[in-house]
Design a binder for this molecule. Structure first.
Ligand code: MGD
Ligand code: MGD
Ligand code: MO
Length: 771
């Protein structure tokens, strides 16, 4: 008898837990943060392994925290650990002693696993051996590594064109593995290298490269300690880069003012207690934001222009006192056109559009008026907006007016997400490589890399859906759940001939797969990586362009785990065979050899093997940091941009929705069910609403609702959410991803960077209906 086959769910099960609401917090970190971290480690029954590892995290000679990309201090590091609560949770997640072997997969059909929540799936343990899903299968089966590589090779070689494959990267992959990975993909013959940057800071890269000549931040950690103003816009540091709080605290102690711009009064923007300092653990915290501007979702462009307008008025009253004309004349183009267009705006209209009172905007302008040393930090609140590229150019406009880029204590600071996402890009993980980068590969290796641009994330999904991409290879990550339009993306994944995921933990992406599928278990950052009997280190680049070594120190849960470099080299041999001109055996056996190749191909990495062994690593060259600018219209100057303010009209029954992270998740990895700082306990299916909107719509706290929209003429519905009254501008709402990715149309993308615009999704809300 044929068992009835269930289609594995691409979404979290639609069921509620038991929501508890607490007052939202006004400060971040402190004793509860440390306790939360320790209890997470205990829960994974690895307390001892965990403690030992925590002490090594972000220390010299230790390993780089797998969580965020915030840099480590160059000099003093806390003796009790350079980690935060969320770094500890990230470690607990990957250092768990529980493991998933062939027996687990024999006992659990994929469809049954898919009926669990992401939280439950993540708690199952580390992947411990390679697994294979045959065509028509219901359960993953064990497979040897060599058979797995052969299968990949057979599928790739059977394609009509190398462009029928796509190779995704999430941001934890080391520099060494990233370099060999892109080398293999390009020798195979495609630039289809979508990566998590395509959902994260692509917008920053596009905007900054265009107007200052480098798609990275210009500041270093030391700039935070010696500055006048720090603006934090569209970023939630208390949760997503908690160690940034120490830098903000130190900057404040040295006299900096902090301006926070966000629709939500996030705890980490308001105040801070440092758990790594005695007074932080027991004493009172530091008030963080001197000024909090509670902007409407996507009201930032109007707000930035309103601030600039006030500064321009002040400049007209006192010429030369507010704007830095020497800097503008020497280093920029486009000032006149910028000012001309700026002066066409009306302050009151801009203020209304941002939903920020004029007096507060004036207060911001007053803080900035006489200051030059200004740092602007941003995150997903801006990059995932339709006009994100323009908004970041507007931030650059503001900094150029003040001459704030390329000076001590001033500059741009996109706060990167994954711990090595910036390094991945430096290593040429990108779908749009520059011709001179490919020229260097060609010169060093002697093969002719493909020159045409490949698919980014959104284009990959569409190409899979159309049957143009037939093999998907994921180096880390959770492509299904991280990407938009879950139903559409799941259908795209199911059309593949082969899907392969190199992973550390089981996730939903393994359960919604191609005709055949492979799960390849990899070593993680904290694992000991032995190659030929020698304990290896790898290297990563943080958010400020510092390259450092990282050496794992925990015994891997299984002797079947391979490092990612090794996986790539063996896949390359199985696929390319004698066609290859690259010595994959050499790279498989020596990270030093990989680093020598990187040194030959990538500027700034000369003498890599020596520099990476220095105490605190080394800084990569950074033009804007040194006051050297370029732009798409000048080889020697930065460019002002002329941008517009979006209308953002909503019908009476429509709302803007931003999708965001809780304090208890790392992207699609759900550590726990609390969003402690926002006062949400034991539930993820919530929607934050303004109480005025709730009253107008007739909703009370805890009411059950469905969220829906009709983008592209298709009804998209996210069912069963609980209404939570919250301090948020009217008509704005916030939910958590990935639960609401089902509402983000694949066509709702950021202009120019083509990222999913998941911070402003137009939705309607109705009472929950049982289906
Ligand atoms: N709606 C909405 N969607 C979003 C976002 C949003 O704000 N809103 N944010 C976007 C952003 S900024 C990003 S960066 C993406 C994230 O997208 P991804 O990077 O694709 O997703 P992650 O959840 O970080 O990936 C988690 C998985 O990575 C694997 N993993 C962890 N460590 C390692 C490792 O060392 N090696 C290997 N091989 N695998 C490992 C584990 O199996 C784990 O299940 O999501 C995006 N999606
Ligand atoms: N613990 C933990 N750390 C992480 C991650 C994680 O998931 N967990 N993810 C990592 C990754 S890959 C990334 S990219 C970063 C993400 O870090 P963040 O950039 O902080 O990402 P989000 O959590 O999506 O939060 C975005 C913030 O933008 C605000 N926002 C939303 N819409 C708007 C708007 O229109 N204007 C303004 N001004 N603000 C807005 C939201 O209220 C929220 O505070 O964190 C990294 N670090
Ligand atoms: Mo990210």
């Amino acid at each position: 008898m044929k068992e009835e086959q269930k289609t594995p769910s691409a979404e979290n099960p639609v069921k509620l837990l038991k929501l508890e609401l607490k007052p939202a917090k006004h400060w971040a970190a402190g004793i509860p943060a440390v306790l939360a971290a320790l209890s997470d480690l205990q829960e994974e029954r690895i307390a001892f392994r965990g403690m030992k590892a925590l002490l090594k995290m972000n220390q010299r000679g230790g390993f780089d925290c797998p969580s965020c990309a915030w840099p480590d201090p160059d000099d003093e590091r806390s003796p009790i650990g350079e980690y935060c609560e969320n770094g500890a949770k990230a470690l607990a997640e990957e250092a768990t002693g529980k493991k998933l072997t062939a027996e687990f997969f024999a006992e659990n059909a994929v469809a049954d696993l898919a009926s669990l929540t992401d939280y439950e799936i993540g708690k199952k343990g580390r992947l411990a051996e390679p697994m294979y899903m045959p065509k028509g299968g219901t359960h993953y089966q064990p497979i040897s590594w060599q058979d797995a590589f052969n299968k990949i090779g057979q599928h790739l070689n059977a394609l009509d064109s190398p462009d029928e494959a796509a190779f995704y990267t999430s941001g934890r992959t080391s520099n060494e593995a990233s370099f060999v990975y892109q080398l293999f993909v390009r020798e195979f013959g495609t630039n289809n290298m979508p990566d998590c940057s395509n959902m994260c800071h692509e917008t920053s890269g596009v905007a900054l490269a265009d107007v200052i000549g480098l798609g990275k931040g210009s500041v270093t950690l030391d700039d935070f300690y010696d500055t006048d103003v720090i603006v934090i816009i569209g970023h939630n540091p208390g949760t997503n880069a908690p160690r940034m709080m120490s830098a903000l605290e130190k900057g404040k102690r040295n006299g900096a003012k902090v301006i926070a711009i966000n629709p939500l009064p996030e705890a980490g923007l308001m105040g801070f207690r440092n758990p790594q300092q005695f007074n932080g653990v027991i004493g009172h915290g530091v008030k963080l934001a001197d000024l909090f501007l509670q902007v409407k979702i996507n009201g930032d462009m109007a707000l930035l222009k309103a601030i600039e307008l006030l500064l321009y008025e002040a400049e007209q009253r006192a010429p030369g006192q507010v704007f830095n004309h020497d800097f503008i004349n020497e280093n920029t183009v486009g000032y006149q056109a910028f000012i001309q267009q700026l002066s066409t705006y009306q302050l009151h209209e801009l203020a209304a559009s941002a939903a920020v009172p004029v007096a507060d905007i004036q207060a911001a302008a007053d803080i900035l008026r006489d200051k030059k040393r200004i740092i602007v930090c941003w995150g997903m609140g801006l990059t995932q907006q339709k006009n994100g590229v323009d908004m970041l150019k507007e931030i650059v406009n503001l900094l150029l007016l003040k001459g704030s880029i390329g000076i001590r204590g001033g500059g741009v600071c996109p706060v990167r997400g994954h711990s090595n996402v910036q390094g991945n890009r430096t290593m040429m993980i990108m779908e749009k490589p520059r011709q001179e980068q490919l020229d260097r590969l060609q010169k060093v290796f002697g093969f002719n890399p493909p020159r045409e641009h490949g698919y980014d994330v959104v284009k990959t999904i569409k190409a899979m859906h159309e049957g143009k991409v037939k093999v998907f290879f994921g180096m880390g990550g959770n492509f299904l759940s991280a990407t938009p339009d879950t139903t559409f993306t799941a259908a795209a994944m199911r059309k593949l001939k082969l899907s392969v995921q190199v992973s550390t933990k089981l996730n939903r992406g393994h359960l919604v797969h191609g005709e055949e599928a492979l799960i390849l278990p990899a070593l993680s950052r904290s694992d000991i990586d032995m190659v030929n009997g020698v304990h290896q280190f790898i290297s990563t680049e943080n958010s400020m362009g510092v390259v450092q070594s990282s050496k794992g120190m925990l015994k891997p849960v299984s002797d079947q785990l391979l490092n990612e470099t090794h996986i790539v080299c063996r896949m390359a041999k199985a696929t390319l065979g004698d066609r290859s001109v690259v010595n994959w055996d050499l790279f498989e056996n020596s990270y030093d050899a990989v680093r020598d190749a990187i040194a030959a191909c990538i500027p700034g990495f000369e003498d890599y093997n020596t520099k990476v062994r220095q105490r605190s690593g080394f800084y990569l060259p950074n033009g804007p940091r040194e006051g050297k600018f370029k732009s798409s219209i000048s080889d020697t100057r930065a460019a002002f941009s002329v941008t517009g303010v979006p209308l953002n009209q909503l019908a009476a029954d429509e709302y803007a929705m931003a999708t965001t992270r809780t304090h208890d998740q790392f992207n699609t990895t759900i550590y726990g069910l609390e969003d402690r700082y926002r006062g949400i306990r034991n539930e993820r299916r919530v929607i934050f609403m303004n109480p005025v909107d709730m009253e107008k719509a007739g909703f009370a706290e805890g009411d059950k609702v469905d969220l829906f929209n009709y983008d592209d003429g298709i009804e998209r519905v996210a069912r069963l959410f609980l209404v939570v009254p919250y301090s948020i501008p009217e008509k704005d709402t916030v939910t958590y991803f990935p639960e609401t990715n089902v509402l983000v149309s694949i066509n709702n993308t950021v202009d120019e960077s083509n990222m999913p615009a998941s911070k402003r999704v137009v939705i309607k809300i109705r009472r929950h209906q049982e289906v």
